[in-house]
Design a protein around this ligand. Sequence first.
Ligand code: PMP
Length: 470
Amino acid sequence: MDGNLQSNDLSGVVEADRAHVWHHLSQHAGYMAEQGRTDPKIIVEGKGLRVWDQHGREHIDAVSGGVWTVNVGYGRESIANAVRDQLVKMNFFGGTMGSIPAALFSERLISKMPGMSRVYYANSGSEANEKGFKMVRQIAHKRYGGKKHKILYRDRDYHGTTIACLSGGGQEERNAQYGPYTPGFVKVPHCLEYRAMDQGLGDLSGEAYGIAAANAIEEVILREGPDTVGALCLEPVTAGGGVITPPEGYWPRVQEICKKYDILLHIDEVVCGMGRTGTWFGYQHYGVQPDIVTMAKGVASGYAAISCCVTTEAVFDMFKDDTSDHLNYFRDISTFGGCTAGPAAAMENMRILEDENLLENTTAMGTYMLEQLEELKGKHACIGDVRGKGLFLGAELVADRETRAPLPEKLVAQVTGHCMSRDAVIIGMTNRSVPGYNNTLCFSPALIATKDDIDAIITSVDGALSAVVG
Ligand code: PMP
């Protein structure tokens, strides 16, 4: 605790927050109302998978810091110490200079990513994706007279909050009201087997659906003209758009299509990266070789802000030659990409993931949690589909199993609200993203989760579904 604040009285903090903080993704009317106003929630402390609020109430965090970030859990002193040691030695140098942690973390990271070679540092997932988009655009200018500049993105995928990322983002409700958008981004259909009927592919399933969904991307490429398409940007498992795991056959076909038309494959690992799905990166489940990989959240588990745009040597090669012409190198910078706290924290984060066998735990606990969700599905007719990989899972709620009509968002929010208010269990939902389909409960506990933690989360959801939906 800082200043004059008593650990047991945070009313001053709450009032300062109410008066001056503009929260992300929040409607503040409830905090400001004259009567019946609610207090903003302040998270004061965390340890492992648990956090404590301003009233000292303990919560189970089933979403790793709200937004799938704190992969190694809270209260890791070794990360704090690694960051501290680095900061007192050398905190920052920007621009063209390197740093010890950036060099060493790059080497370690690349050792987990066969076929990849170069790490470009930035601060947020959005920024890393922008770097990828800019690389594609510059390659188009350098090699194709600017023509091969279009970037394909998928319905329901999210790549960040900047205007270019929204322009290449498939979540309509997040995008609404921020236009006009950046030209040159083109949408391709999603790949959600449970919703194959949205695409008129309702009678296809499994591999046949996966291949058909990938072929739908090819149709867009042919419509746009392959010589105008520079890259395809996809999430390996779509996160906020509904925790969407692709069926067999999808990714190999996607790769084949990219190769056929000389299109760079940019995989957005901002959520799936760093063990979340049980492999270092989500794409590694599917045997594909990307050209560009972006990552952020779990890279340092929120102990420092860091993101990376990782490329193959072939992509990097396109930006280097010996003419010293300034138009030939990547004319991009990220001031805080020169912060050393990020890679210092990321090194220690990675050591923890390895030494504590957290990828193995993620696979084992993810399998267990999926089984528990399947059991809940047997009990509650409102669960239409459960899916996911590792400790990144979703339960899609429906009003009617036959028609698969989505459960209204308001009721889904009541389910998460019930878990929070009754059991102090924090779970997520897809919201403000896909019109009419903000109906998936999301689970992404820290990768240290135990069976007891998972049981507590499942018990809470079970109770909430009974209470809210019946
Ligand atoms: N890509 C994906 C898949 C994401 O889920 C997010 C954030 N939720 C981003 C990119 C953007 O990351 P950031 O908020 O750090 O800019």
